[in-house]
Design a binder for this molecule. Structure first.
Ligand code: SAM
Length: 332
């Protein structure tokens, strides 16, 4: 009972309740929260510290950035979710906070889009700076060959490289990306490779214009580190998977290369296995052992997970885009 009382005491203050509501919408930095609340950074930091101590928020550092999100576990985590659910988005203060959060997210998305726009033609070169792609691609082909899917979706397809190597192994391959520039290059690449069973469409990984349970395999290769809501992206990918379908995530293990953030629009500096497994479970997937491909300086990880039985799928179908369960932190 004591921990509940401590959490209730911590949140019984307008700014702190607003912070809890905001952190349910994504992983946010102090400077983003400061911008939204219009209060000084030391003041916001003090509120955040109290909320973390009370177990309502989690704080995690990644290089020089510190993120806050709704607590993922622990006794006060359920209380945090109940408080968020009880808050009315139409309340004028909350509505304004969410509006400002929306503006920050749009600004962030525009920065990322601009980055991809400018780098579309040299993306292959940028990728080869980090890792030996051939090794990763061979491992990926092995995973897909073992799963033997009929319909494959590549989320954040970029220049369509994953489609090029995987489409020959499936009946239909579809790539989705938010960048028109990337897609125009992908179309050229697919045509050049003569892949008539591959196609690409403009789309957003958080709201795929794709019916539930329509693919046997979903690949998200080197996209998640740009996401401000990686759990929501995984949840959306799981939604479009058929029962027993496979999700394949490829990204970096945790690292400290800040320049990827400063110069290449990365938001997250890699992901821990436990974190990814937890997001998959929450999305109704059963994770399997990840495969690590150590490199210098970056290690690439291939995480795989399978869609559970249809009962969970029905649960997913009841969720609408934008419902609290699609919001980061609500998935745990
Ligand atoms: C680093 S590239 C990776 C491309 C490809 N998967 C590959 O490995 O060659 C990341 C891609 O994710 C796309 N992307 C980022 N955020 C997205 C979103 N919200 N919805 C769809 N695509 C997104 C970018 O436009 C970019 O093409």
């Amino acid at each position: 009972m004591e921990h509940l009382l401590a959490a209730l005491r911590a949140v019984a203050e307008p700014t702190r309740l607003r912070l809890v509501v905001l952190c349910a919408r994504g992983e946010l930095t102090v400077s983003e929260l400061t911008q939204i609340l219009g209060q000084s950074q030391p003041r916001v930091s003090r509120h955040l510290k109290l909320l973390c101590e009370a177990g309502l928020l989690d704080r995690f550092r990644e290089g020089s950035w510190v993120f806050y999100r709704l607590s993922q576990a622990g006794p006060a985590s359920a209380l945090a979710r109940q408080l968020v659910a009880a808050c009315d988005d139409a309340d004028p203060t909350i509505a304004l906070d969410l509006q400002r959060l929306g503006a920050i997210k749009r600004q962030r998305a525009e920065l990322a889009r601009a980055y991809f726009r400018e780098n579309a033609d040299q993306w292959h070169r940028i990728r080869s700076l980090y890792i030996d792609e051939r090794e990763v691609e061979a491992a990926l082909v092995e995973v897909i060959a073992a799963a033997d899917p009929r319909d494959l979706l590549d989320i954040g397809t970029g220049t369509g490289r994953m489609l090029e190597i995987l489409a020959p192994r499936v009946e239909h391959a579809r790539g989705i990306d938010q960048s028109r520039e990337m897609l125009s290059i992908a179309r050229v690449n697919l045509a050049r490779a003569g892949l008539e069973n591959g196609s690409v469409r403009l789309g957003d990984m958080y709201q795929l214009a794709v019916p539930d349970a329509s693919f046997d395999a979903v690949v998200i290769h080197q996209v998640l580190h740009y996401a401000d809501r990686p759990a929501a992206a995984i949840f959306e990918a799981a939604r479009v998977l058929r029962p027993n379908g496979i999700l394949v995530l490829v990204d970096f293990a945790p690292h400290a290369l800040e320049f990827l953030r400063d110069e290449h629009a990365h938001r997250r500096l890699g992901f821990a296995d436990a974190e990814v497994a937890e997001w998959c479970r929450a999305a109704g997937l059963d994770p399997t052992s990840p495969r690590h491909l150590p490199g210098d300086p970056l290690t690439v990880v291939i995480w795989t997970a399978h869609r559970r039985a249809p009962t969970n799928l029905r649960f997913a179908q009841t969720l609408q885009p934008g419902s609290p369960a699609l919001v980061e932190g609500e998935l745990h």
